[in-house]
Design a protein. Structure first.
Length: 371
């Protein structure tokens, strides 16, 4: 007698938005990517567990449950700071899960990974598991870059948990959604006390990094520039919303190799020293740090993507050839309160090579041009 067929049900369509490239930090190598979960059931489904699994061996690379899972979820249909659970997904709705998964580089062919998703039905409270979102991990080499700035201390300002941060800013351009700032860093200069401006910080010239020379991170061709956006002389921590096409402010884009484009944004008006088509050398001064576009204060926004467009592009990981880690803001909230940063522990390696700086780390680049 044949066994009865397993019951079929409508549930989640599971999709990986881009095929991630491993990125290396002082904390280890990770896969950084987004998982889109679309509910095609006729009822609400509550997410309770997500596991990232080696498809061949069944070993679990990472697992996230309930409230930890909630913190990783982005919901376009939720007001920021809303009280209702992000894990309860109504019929027809979708969520994005922002994943940072520890990844062991083996030197052999990268494994296929898949996702096991556990959820509870609203009608019967049944616990169900569905699998999907299989992808082949890649061993693509990271772009290895020279410093975008000189000296320091500079803070690497980014946080994947920020609901309005670069990582969670999705742009639907030309019929496709992208995360151009997936690996964007806002570089802000600080002093030894942790302050990033003098006085009350209301003037752009109060900020320590304002006017700093911005450097080419590699030998490259200038792919695009913009230098027609005026700069406010007064700094506002709640800047007026700007048109989407103006949010980057004045910028320079460098074509590093036809596949990686380096973007420098919020540049000082009139400071650009290059034009499209120019060839630049690593360490060459290309502009000055400024305060244009949508910005809460003078800083350099830097990211690498796969297309010559600020928004119609996928953010790619990269690594700096060398930098010195001086310390970090511990906890991260100390940065917003302009409190002193914590010096690096004596037993930690300060000179870092071939890494992506950690969130809210305080670093120093070489004072010389180039690597």
């Amino acid at each position: 007698m044949l066994a009865p067929a397993a019951a079929l049900r409508q549930s989640f369509d599971i999709e990986v938005l881009w095929n991630p490239v491993p990125v290396r930090t002082a904390d280890g190598t990770q896969l950084v990517y987004e998982l889109r979960l679309a509910n095609f059931a006729a009822e609400s489904l509550e997410l309770t567990r997500l596991s990232v699994v080696n498809a061949a061996s069944g070993s679990i690379l990472a697992q996230f449950k309930r409230e930890e899972l909630s913190r990783l979820i982005g919901r376009a249909d939720h007001p920021i700071g809303g009280e209702s659970s992000k894990r309860v997904v109504p019929a027809g709705a979708h969520v994005l899960v922002y994943l940072n998964v520890p990844y062991q580089e083996t030197g052999t062919r990268p494994p296929e990974l898949t996702h096991k998703l556990e959820y509870v039905t609203s009608s019967t409270q049944e616990v169900v598991t569905v699998e999907g979102g299989r992808f082949q991990a890649t061993d693509q080499t990271l772009a290895l870059l020279g410093p975008p700035l000189r000296g320091g201390p500079w803070i690497a300002v980014y946080d994947s948990s920020w609901e309005r941060g670069h990582r969670r800013a999705l742009y639907t351009v030309n019929g496709k959604v992208h995360v151009p700032g997936r690996f964007a860093i806002d570089w802000i200069k600080v002093d030894k006390t942790g302050k990033y401006f003098d006085g009350d910080g209301s003037k752009v010239t109060d900020w320590h990094g304002y006017g700093a020379e911005v450097l080419a991170v590699g030998d490259a061709v200038v792919a695009a520039t913009r230098d027609d956006i005026a700069e406010n002389k007064t700094v506002s921590q709640t800047p007026a919303r700007t048109a989407l096409e103006d949010a980057s402010g004045n910028y320079v884009a460098l074509d590093l190799d036809g596949q990686h484009y380096a973007f420098y944004e919020h540049l000082q008006p009139g400071s650009l020293k290059v034009k499209p088509g120019d060839r630049v050398k690593s360490g060459q001064v290309i502009a000055l740090l400024g305060y244009t576009g949508e910005s809460t204060g003078p800083h350099l926004h830097f990211h690498v993507s796969n297309n010559n467009s600020p928004l119609d592009a996928e953010g790619l990981p990269y690594a700096f050839a060398a930098f010195k880690q001086l310390g970090a803001y511990l906890p991260k909230e100390a940065f917003a309160q302009a409190q002193p940063w914590t010096p690096l522990q004596a037993d930690k390696q300060a000179n870092r090579r071939g890494e992506f700086p950690e969130s809210f780390s305080v670093v120093e680049f070489s004072q010389r041009s180039g690597h």
